[in-house]
Design a protein around this ligand. Structure first.
Ligand code: WT7
Length: 664
């Protein structure tokens, strides 16, 4: 039995949702009367044309009855950028700080008000239009955590262009594939950025990606817009002659500052239908090819705004900080759209938790008097090892809510976060969601719900979770199985860009009538939901999702490798780490130089976060007679667990012994 933690008086006093009963009442209403519930929230926002009553939500989740679709607020017309900026300024908040920006170097910081942000967004939006970008065009963004990144996303939203942010830790191959898949017209980047003491030359990666898009995928990006960031940043390490590190091609490259020079800070928004696309974001797919998850306008706005308000209990004078990179969905929803929709003040942090020292996070909390902090278990675990003095020497009493996201939080990390960062008086919200869900779907709520370390808690308003067994039978009450949802909430993705078939087959074909998350979950005696992890061939390394197929296909690109199988094994900081079984071609001798080369190759092709921890040269793989690799057995071998159970379905059971013997 795990201990139950009740919200502290410190949290309840201020909470807009101060009791469990209040949550239950609102939750029930959100399911019984979705139109009433969400249209009440919609009233706060600006609609050029209001929605047609009676058509608030329509959907089909049952593949046996026809195509899957989800529509919210059909007929309504709006612009999300206007709602985030113009609306707040008109309400008199133009001088409110939208972001405190904290650079990689502690000497680099700035702030921006809602008014100034709108001016910059309009100028850049006009700049994009001058390059021929309009409604429905795709803009790829490969940027560090700087204010221009937010400006760029909102400028796209203002003119109806679909942004596709690619995390700036991805390789040039990954960027090329993503730009080509969505046929991006424009790429926006910066010359580079510091990450701790490491200098990243982003423009160089972009040069390579633009070339690869052309030669490998037959796609030409018309314009590459480059922010000059390094010249403004304090050097954090060795800085050579930056400009010699990348190319400049006058035909497509243009400096950001030159593009916006002379652009007006007025920009007529593009009026968008409720279901017009807002952005797409690639996430790993189990076949290896990334999936372009597409989100639309009105539903995403409503849901992002509402989750932020209740899950973080954001109040007018609070200072909120989400540490996630804008390259992931967490950064989209909870660094950009949701805080601005609530006229919040946020911290945006460019740097690393370890630079210049291992207490940087806590120094930032103290500096800006952060009230809500939102980070990942992997970050917490990697900071725990430096001792609590790093935390306790800072004044963290401003904190009220501590968020966690990306993977189940292990109880040890939960307790550390709760005791030392939160001084036993903050609420921890363990938010379960996905790129596909657009916003939190399972979570605890500060002030309202009790907490159990490691449990994601309860469904958010409008969300109807179900647990199914292998046969698709609903498990009522306590039990464990597949986590699915029986109806849409406003921000669920609408399709995979250019591939509705794949959308239907990946998410809706396994259990007709349900959206299938790919995760397992358990409901305990008290009704808490615990997410138990992926049940498909997906891996979660430091909160980054990737597929076994993706890594395996990269490994087999090496001409010495004939076959590869990748599994994950537990890792104290990363959560999971990659353990790769590699079969070499006949005549090739195992050698540490091959191990090195393969690790480097995975880094280069996918990104540094995908670097394998172990490469094991294997004589063969445990396969069934029909040829399916039994990853269950490989996972046991990776951790040295000899209790592997039944091997009778293996074509060659002796392989198991050989694999244990060949462990590095
Ligand atoms: C997968 C989604 C949306 C957040 C960033 C990751 C895992 C995420 C939790 C949590 C248990 C979690 C799931 C999910 N996950 N948050 N609080 N508890 N598991 O977005 O890359 O789309 O990954 O991350 O496995 O399916 P993503």
């Amino acid at each position: 039995m795990s201990r139950v933690f009740q919200p502290s008086a410190h949290v309840v006093e201020k909470s807009r949702l101060p009791s469990l009963d209040k949550y239950k009442e609102m939750y029930k209403n959100s399911l019984d009367n979705p139109e009433e519930f969400w249209s009440e929230i919609a009233k706060e926002f600006y609609w050029q044309t209001p929605y047609q009553p009676g058509k608030f939500v329509s959907y089909n989740f049952d593949i046996t009855k026809g195509d899957i679709f989800v529509k919210w607020m059909e007929g309504a017309v709006t612009n999300i950028c206007v709602n985030l900026l113009d609306r707040n300024i008109e309400k008199g908040h133009g001088d409110k700080i939208a972001y405190y920006w904290e650079g990689n170097h502690p000497d680099d910081y700035s702030r921006i008000t809602y008014r100034k942000l709108k001016d910059l967004v309009c100028q850049f939006a006009n700049g994009l239009r001058s390059r021929g970008v309009g409604k429905g065009d795709r803009v790829s963004i490969y940027m560090p955590m700087i204010l221009e990144t937010v400006v760029c996303m909102l400028a796209c939203a203002r003119i109806g262009a679909i942004h596709s942010v690619v995390f700036a830790g991805f390789s040039s191959d990954s960027l090329a594939e993503r730009m080509s898949d969505c046929k991006a017209k424009v790429l926006v980047t910066s010359d580079g950025a510091w990450r701790g003491e490491k200098l990243l030359i982003l423009k160089k990666t972009c040069d390579e990606a633009l070339e690869k898009a052309k030669t490998k995928h037959d796609h030409t990006v018309e314009t590459c817009i480059v922010v000059s960031h390094l010249a403004k940043a304090s050097p954090c390490g060795k800085l050579g002659d930056i400009q010699s590190l990348y190319d400049w091609n006058d035909d497509i490259d243009v400096w950001w500052h030159e593009l916006i020079e002379n652009q007006s800070n007025d920009c007529e928004p593009e009026w968008m239908d409720a279901e017009d696309p807002l952005f797409m974001l690639y996430t790993s797919g189990s076949t290896g090819k990334p999936k372009g998850v597409l989100h639309t306008t009105a539903g995403y706005l409503l849901y992002a705004a509402t989750t932020f308000r209740y899950v973080f209990d954001y109040q007018e004078k609070d200072v909120y900080w989400c540490t996630a990179d804008v390259g992931w969905i967490t950064g989209h929803t909870y660094v950009v759209y949701a805080p601005l929709a609530n006229c919040a003040t946020s911290v945006m942090f460019e740097g690393s938790p370890f630079y210049p020292d291992n207490d940087r996070y806590w120094a930032v909390v103290q500096k800006y008097k952060v009230t809500q902090m939102y980070t990942a278990p992997t970050a917490i675990r990697s900071l725990m090892k430096f001792g609590v003095e790093n935390v306790t020497k800072h004044d963290l009493k401003s904190l009220r809510v501590l968020g966690s996201v990306g993977e189940p939080i292990n109880p040890e990390a939960w307790h550390w976060y709760y005791n030392y960062v939160g001084s036993e008086r903050c609420s921890i919200v363990d938010t379960f969601w996905q790129t596909e869900t657009g916003g939190h779907v399972l979570t605890s709520l500060p002030g309202a719900t009790p907490m159990k370390p490691g449990a994601a808690g309860f469904p958010f308003f409008g969300v109807a979770p179900t647990i199914l067994d292998d046969n698709g039978k609903v498990i009522e009450g306590p039990g464990e199985g597949y986590l699915v949802f029986s109806r849409p909430w406003p921000s669920i993705m609408r399709t995979l860009f250019g591939n509705h078939e794949r959308y239907q087959s990946v998410y809706f074909s396994k259990f007709p009538g349900y959206y299938c998350t790919g995760d397992g979950a358990r409901r305990d005696e008290d009704g808490f939901l615990w997410v138990t992890g992926r049940i498909d061939d997906m891996l979660n390394v430091s909160g980054h999702l990737m597929s076994t197929a993706e890594v395996e296909s990269v490994l087999t690109e090496d001409s010495r490798v004939s076959e590869a199988a990748v599994v994950s094994r537990p890792h104290p900081q990363k959560g999971e780490a990659l353990h790769c079984f590699v079969i070499l071609n006949a005549g090739v001798q195992p050698d540490p130089s091959i191990t090195d080369a393969l690790k480097k190759h995975v880094r280069a092709r996918i990104g540094a976060f995908a670097a394998p921890d172990a490469i094991q040269f294997a004589p063969g793989l445990p396969k069934t007679r029909s040829g399916k690799i039994m990853r269950r057995i490989l996972r046991k071998i990776a951790v040295g667990d000899t209790d592997i159970g039944d091997t009778s379905t293996l074509a060659d059971p002796s392989i198991v012994d050989q694999l244990f013997k060949s462990k590095p």
